[in-house]
Design a protein. Sequence first.
Length: 110
Amino acid sequence: MAEENVVTVEEVRDAQESLKNGITLHEKKSFKEAIEEFKKSAMTHPFDLKHVDELGAKLKSGSYKLQQESIAYMGCAAVHLNKLIQSLEPGQSQEVPVDESLMNAFKDWQ
């Protein structure tokens, strides 16, 4: 992996914080704000710069409710965070206190 492509502990923390903020906003039915947090999480050290825009285009082409769009972006952000965590150097994952509920969900994805 090239030096500039290395995932940092700080990036994982930022992505996790944005995901958690988005989930909180989603639960409060603040879907637009939640979507912005999920996008922010998914764009932290992006592996594919076009992915979030492509997801947005697909959602716009359908007739989805805002709540459904929020769920789609939530899934995108969660998958992205899992990939970030998996990309950390050995030992670095100990430096990131990953939320217990997120780790339990990610265990099933291996």
